[in-house]
Write a protein that binds this ligand. Structure first.
Ligand code: UDP
Ligand code: MG
Length: 316
């Protein structure tokens, strides 16, 4: 099979029929063998009935229905698991992503050697400063941290080589960082294509302003995990030990100085009256806590089921 089109959706009943019709037109023109996998993420409108009707009319359409709303990442994850095509294309269900882009994306994966191609909504039609400006800042940060030169990391329209979606795991709200996750997994040919972005015609956006708070927190998690997942002690242990050492050295200095003063009969204040005593005490306590946190994290990661999970691309 040439293409799997994975569509996560949450309350998009009006958009689905025109979207499917449009996709069918494009794939028929290009003569692709294809499947459309629609993941109904716990919609409370009639989206699932619409999918059932569409699937009854076209045997290339498959549907997955969640019992409740798990989020876009969960929907993508299940779509990726089910996908069988050589190229997997994800797109939003709200008609903001244009199916006209499918042939070009397919070609970039098949003929130009890309593992992943991300759409770039160069001209956005969200009509909101609240979305465009933070999105620019956010993308610049993500570029800086990941080293992946993408302008629009979170674009819903993306194309993947099949091995990529079978090797990566999207969870929580990590759908915003799929290119970074793919890069970790060793897929470095990551490209970008300017895509047409359209106005939302039906329904409302499912992500509010908190997307940026969550987005940034997730970015921190991504940074942290990519550096220290397999060896948390390298961070916590180092900082913790350093703090304990500094605290210990400072406290010892106070003690030695006090003894010196007593023996030389120089008047000196009580150690407990010295503010530096409390600073060094705090450093030692916090240092120990950090060390312990690192140690516990190390024990947890030792028990992680995927601790010895490696992606092997070839064997002879
Ligand atoms: N979506 C989903 N589960 C959710 C939220 C959103 O499957 O919990 C889908 C939604 O139906 C749409 C896509 O994710 O197909 C992108 O959502 P939306 O258009 O609301 O995001 P925006 O375009 O505003 O960034
Ligand atoms: Mg949208």
């Amino acid at each position: 099979m040439d293409i799997s089109i994975v569509i996560p959706l949450y309350n998009e009943e009006e958009s689905l029929p025109p979207l499917v019709e449009w996709i069918e037109k494009i794939v028929a023109q290009c003569r692709y063998s294809y499947e459309i996998i629609m993941i109904n993420d716990g919609s409370n409108d009639s989206s699932w009935q619409v999918i059932e009707n569409l699937a009854a009319a076209n045997s290339n359409i498959r549907g997955i229905c969640f019992q409740r709303n798990y989020g876009k990442s969960a929907a993508l994850h299940c779509g990726f698991e089910a996908a069988q095509g050589d190229v997997v294309i994800t797109m939003d269900a709200d008609l903001q992503d244009s199916p006209d882009e499918i042939p070009a994306l397919y070609n970039m994966i098949c003929n130009e050697g890309y593992d992943l191609v991300s759409g770039w909504k160069q001209k956005r039609y969200d009509n909101k400063l609240s979305k465009n400006l933070p999105s620019k800042i956010y993308n610049a940060t993500a570029r800086k941290i990941s080293g992946i030169k993408l302008h629009d990391m979170n674009c819903g329209l993306k194309a993947y080589r099949r091995e990529v979606v079978k090797s990566i795991e999207v969870y929580g709200e990590m759908h915003r960082y799929i290119p970074i996750i793919a890069k970790w997994a060793g897929f470095n040919a990551i490209g970008e294509k300017v895509v047409e972005h359209r106005m939302r015609q039906y329904g409302t956006s499912k992500f509010g302003l908190n997307r940026f708070i969550h987005g940034y927190l997730d970015l921190l998690t991504i940074m942290f995990i990519s550096k220290f997942r397999k060896s948390p002690m390298h961070l916590f242990g180092a900082v913790g030990s350093l703090m304990v050492l500094i605290g210990l050295a400072a406290a010892s200095w106070l003690g030695i100085y006090k003894i010196y003063c007593l023996s030389a009969k120089i008047p000196a204040i009580l150690i407990t009256d010295n503010p530096y005593f409390y600073i060094s005490l705090a450093a030692m306590i916090i240092g120990t806590q950090l060390f312990l946190a690192g140690f516990l994290a190390e024990l947890v990661s030792r028990n992680a089921s995927e601790r010895n999970h490696y992606l092997i691309s070839k064997k002879i």
